[in-house]
Design a protein around this ligand. Structure first.
Ligand SMILES: [Zn+2]
Length: 112
């Protein structure tokens, strides 16, 4: 059997005691019934707040407006680590100078 805990909650989990005495970890719509032995200190074994988890190594999504040499504006975006640009060059080659310029910028930022 696969161990499905802890459940990851988008909100800080709390312990809720129901009228019948059952206890639940509650966070952002997720309810997990808790055994008696679980306390505030061991709650994280059952439910964790997503903000306390180590961040995955995927860069944040970002969108830039980039002015092209002929006066048009292109949109360069990075979603889940994948780059794209709205210019014709990117459409054909999956690569372009707008994107390259932003990649370079990002690398400089990360290298700080
Ligand atoms: Zn481009």
């Amino acid at each position: 059997m696969k161990w499905k805990y802890p459940v990851v909650s988008p909100h800080p989990p709390i312990i809720h005691t129901a009228l019948d005495g059952k206890r639940y970890a509650v966070g952002g719509g997720e309810w997990v019934e808790l055994p008696d032995r679980v306390t505030k200190d061991t709650l994280h074994q059952w439910m964790v707040w997503s903000a306390t988890l180590p961040k995955k190594n995927v860069p944040n999504d970002k969108v830039w407006e980039v002015k092209g040499s002929k006066g048009s504006t292109y949109t360069v975006s990075r979603k889940s680590g994948a780059w794209s640009c709205t210019c014709a060059g990117f459409k054909w080659r999956r690569d372009c100078k707008h994107m390259e310029a932003k990649k370079q910028e990002c690398q400089n930022e990360d290298g700080k």
